[in-house]
Design a protein around this ligand. Structure first.
Ligand code: ZN
Length: 286
């Protein structure tokens, strides 16, 4: 995984990297490209949706650009992380555990799954040596999850202690309920105020389609990473005009090479051309 080189926050997973072919053989690109990134904010670049500047959410440092669907991050602004995350995953539903294992198989996270049995929930052995945990629950009739008579009360308490609060509770609900209302009802009528707190701190999320599990896990890993390796601004900001120029040139050349450009491609090409000119002008003026 990659982290911000200024503040060490989580930025992207290696598995989301998209290989970009250099313009000339043997040439080194000054950026890495990803399918998705985390902890980044975008600004609207000259009001076009195709483009934006990317900034680190924590240190505000400019770290790259989004061009179309590509999130391209300057190499000088990221570094590979050494820290690892070990995750314990728990569920009563075998098929959910199976799905999670499948997703995690191709990721850089070490994960162990443990199927749960209802009758053993009050005295459960937790997976040792983990620093993050996930409980995934399919909402059926019973929704008493935490609190005195809650299904996962003992388990959640143990995991909370083990991971210093790095626990994610995923509620799998095929019906698209109003989530805030459901949490509010569970917290007040169901006497589980903990659920409202977890929801607020993003340690409780809803899953309506199993396909979205990927995204939920990505977000959680980013949060877990930052919790285990706290963000700390370690360097001063850098001027990235030169990096930006190189990046725009690369994409400009790539779009120029498209044989049968669509309307969108043509628009992108003209935007890239304009932005590059503008940037070169700005650089000269300074
Ligand atoms: Zn940062």
């Amino acid at each position: 995984m990659y982290i911000c080189s200024i503040c060490n926050c989580f930025i992207a997973n290696k598995s989301d990297e998209i290989y970009k072919c250099p313009l000339k053989i043997g040439e080194q690109l000054n950026f890495l490209t990803f399918k998705m990134v985390d902890n980044c904010k975008e600004d609207q670049f000259k009001k076009y949706d195709q483009f934006s500047h990317l900034y680190c959410k924590f240190c505000n440092q400019e770290i790259g650009m989004r061009i179309g669907k590509d999130f391209s991050i300057y190499k000088c602004q990221i570094q590979e992380a050494m820290g690892s995350i070990n995750i314990g995953v728990y569920s009563l539903k075998q098929e959910l555990l199976f799905k999670i294992s499948q997703i995690l198989e191709n990721s850089c996270y070490k994960c162990s799954v443990q199927p749960l049995l209802k009758k053993e929930l009050s005295n459960i052995q937790i997976i040792p040596n983990v620093n993050a945990a996930i409980i995934i629950h399919q909402i059926e009739s019973r929704v008493l999850l935490l609190g005195k008579n809650g299904l996962y009360n003992d388990l959640a308490e143990k995991l909370w202690k083990q991971t210093c609060g790095n626990v994610l509770l995923i509620l799998y609900d095929k019906d698209e309920n109003n989530q805030e209302e459901l949490v509010h009802n569970l917290a007040t009528q169901g006497e589980q105020p903990q659920l409202a707190e977890l929801f607020q701190s993003q340690n409780l999320v809803f899953l309506t389609e199993i396909l979205n599990l990927d995204l939920i896990l990505q977000k959680y890993f980013a949060k877990s990473y930052n919790q285990m390796y706290p963000v700390e601004i370690v360097k001063k900001e850098e001027d990235v005009s030169n990096e930006k120029c190189l990046l725009l040139t690369y994409y400009y050349e790539r779009y120029k090479q498209i044989d049968h450009p669509t309307q969108d491609d043509k628009l992108m090409l003209s935007l890239l051309k304009k932005s590059r000119k503008q940037l070169q002008f700005e650089c000269k003026v300074q």
